[in-house]
Design a protein around this ligand. Structure first.
Ligand code: NAD
Length: 332
């Protein structure tokens, strides 16, 4: 049997519990420690996972040479400090999104991971969604033709946070998908948003992203919306694609577009819609956790590596500046 990767996780809250559970179920890793500041959480985990140890002291966990990798699932303000300490101790790091809140900090983590030759992976979960993997292949194969534009919607009457706005909370996923599908870096970003429920915490944000090869993208996020919508729509010169997370992760292809005729007229093509069938049914979180372990054991670069997390953060940071500047276009 292959050697198991020994892991400690810092942060065992709402999202952290999903990570801890998924890593625990993998055959090639061992969850040695869980760490959280909340005594009630420590008590519950000690009961549920008798094979692991639980503590409120992350320094003790980082000091254990048997621990090869650290999972950071604390709120974002603590990501930088904990990920940096873990890399300095020679551990591989999985850090939740967004990688950090500051571009300089993320850059530092990327360089540090290179220097100590350890993996740095960011929890951009949607990149492990099988339908997004399939959509990426469809785009790469040229099945859509030239991609003209794409947009995403992540809307709900959802949890209204009081420490971060809807953009910082919801948009990292969609920005990571936009950059992944196009496979290039944007040139500028603008964002329009508004705070209705609480002072200075935007409930709704529209982020517009421009690429120098002509594509444009829009990311619409809101926790103040009547219906739950999670869609990614890609419009190409040959076909159009719709990924609908709420509707059972359905990926549909539309043979639709507008074509120039030899007589100079534009012909609208309104062909068939087909549902893409050959998509793996596996859960993205399981795939994401397995990918982190595989990257360590096979010495491969994670799909959502530190550099990828940094690119997403640059877009978020530019959108944040734009929000504060009344929607001004910010160069990247
Ligand atoms: N990938 C996804 O889809 C997804 C979804 C939700 C949240 N997240 C991310 O997961 C992270 C955690 O979010 P959450 O909703 O679970 O937050 P949460 O507040 O529910 O949990 C965070 C936990 O971290 C603990 N903590 C904070 N500082 C600590 C420290 N220094 N040492 C030990 N424990 C510490 C807190 O006690 C808390 O229990 C955030 O980065 C968030 O952006 C990702």
């Amino acid at each position: 049997m292959n050697k198991k990767i020994t892991i400690a996780q810092i942060g065992l809250g709402n999202w952290g519990k999903n990570l801890f559970k998924n890593f625990s179920l993998l055959s090639d890793c061992q969850m040695k420690y869980g760490c959280d500041l909340d005594p009630e959480i420590i008590e519950a985990y000690t009961r549920d996972y008798p094979q692991a140890r639980f503590t409120n002291n992350y320094e003790q966990v980082l000091a254990d040479p048997a621990v090869e990798a650290i999972v950071v699932a604390t709120p974002a303000p603590a990501h930088f400090k904990l990920a940096k300490m873990a890399l300095e101790k020679g551990k591989h790091v999985f850090v939740e999104k967004p990688i950090t809140l500051d571009v300089g900090h993320a850059d530092e983590l990327v360089n540090l991971a290179k220097k100590v030759n350890k993996k740095l992976m960011v929890g951009h979960l949607l990149l492990y969604q099988p339908a997004i993997t399939r959509l990426k292949k469809i785009v790469q194969n040229g099945d859509l033709g030239n991609v003209y534009y794409l947009y995403t919607q992540r809307l709900n009457l959802g949890k209204v946070r009081n420490t971060e706005n809807a953009m910082w909370s919801l948009a990292p996923h969609d920005i990571s998908v936009v950059l992944h599908l196009l496979g290039k870096s944007p040139v500028s970003v603008s964002a329009l948003g508004a705070a209705y429920v609480q002072n200075d915490i935007e409930d709704v944000v529209f982020i517009s992203i421009r690429f120098d090869s002509g594509e444009i993208a829009n990311v619409h996020v809101s926790w103040l919306d009547p219906t739950k919508t999670r869609k990614t729509i890609v419009v190409g010169s040959k076909k159009m694609a719709v990924f609908d997370e709420v509707n059972d992760n359905t990926l549909s292809l539309f043979d639709r577009g507008a074509d120039h005729q030899s007589n100079g007229k534009v012909n609208l093509r309104s062909g068939n819609a087909e549902i893409v069938k050959d998509i793996a049914k596996e859960a993205p979180l399981k795939l994401e956790c397995q990918h982190f372990i595989d990257c360590i054991t096979k010495n491969q670069e994670p799909l959502s590596n530190g550099q990828n997390g940094l690119e997403v953060l640059k877009v978020l940071a530019a959108a944040d500046r734009s929000l504060k500047n009344g929607g001004k276009n910010e160069l990247l």
